[in-house]
Ligand binder design. Structure first.
Ligand code: SF4
Ligand code: SF4
Length: 229
């Protein structure tokens, strides 16, 4: 950049509205739609838990902050539709970096992240969320713990990130929801502007609009039960 070009950049900035420091927490910035926040453990529409205790999330977690123990479902009162369920489930938020790899690894869409990030605890015990705290309530909503500062919308669309990426940049897969129904929501609608996103993705990657591979994400059974994936 030449000497004059540098001055032009400076001149162009004169009069532009400059970014200022936000007076947090009185003033809060808009919530990005793909923010990764506090996790939830989801349930199917009939109330059964989606977690099958497979430990894939714990295995993939780079921060080693998930602890899962699976157990056989009681035949007379099963917790999940599969053979196994998550008997113990803990996330240590003193370690979590909110990378969402656990969400990507989960075969049953049991673990997702809300947009809630304002939770500060005063004890190690509070920082380690248990299954009882992570599993959604009977309306399919995240539980609001005493030290969490929830804002409207942070508990909605916890699965948006995965649904949005399901077409993998292939327009032919647009609208094919790769997500089983959830308690309180049913089968959620796909994002509305996937065609625009896919077009942009194909420009960047060179992947054709209709030449992609069907990943089979729309093939969930009523429960998306283990073995049906
Ligand atoms: S978001 Fe990342 S760091 Fe946090 S529990 Fe999941 S895999 Fe681990
Ligand atoms: S949350 Fe998903 S990946 Fe983790 S143990 Fe449960 S079913 Fe497996």
């Amino acid at each position: 950049m030449g000497y004059l070009d540098g001055f032009l950049v400076t001149v162009r900035q004169i009069g532009r509205k400059q970014r200022v420091t936000t007076q947090y927490p009185q003033e809060k910035a808009p919530i990005p739609e793909r923010r990764h926040g506090r996790h939830v453990l989801n349930r199917y529409e009939d109330g059964m838990e989606k977690c099958i205790g497979c430990e894939l999330c714990a295995g993939v977690c780079p921060a080693h902050c998930i602890y899962v123990r699976g157990a056989d479902n009681p035949t007379d009162d099963p917790v999940s539709p599969g053979e196994r369920y998550g008997f113990i489930y803990e996330i240590n938020y003193l370690r979590c970096i909110h990378c969402d790899l656990c969400v990507e690894a989960c075969p049953t869409e049991a673990i997702t992240e809300t947009k809630q990030f304002e939770f500060s605890f005063t004890s190690r015990q509070d920082a380690i969320y248990t299954k009882a705290e992570l599993v959604v309530d009977d309306d399919g909503q995240p539980q609001h713990l005493p030290w969490e500062d929830w804002r409207p919308g942070e508990d909605l669309h916890t699965s948006a990130w995965m649904r949005a990426t399901a077409p993998s940049g292939v327009a032919a897969l647009e609208g094919r929801v790769g997500w089983s129904g959830e308690l309180g929501y049913g089968v959620r609608a796909p994002e509305g502007d996937q065609a625009t996103r896919d077009a942009m993705a194909s420009q960047h990657t060179g992947v054709g609009q209709d030449g992609g591979v069907d990943h089979g994400h729309d093939d969930h059974g009523a429960h998306g039960a283990p073995g049906s994936h």
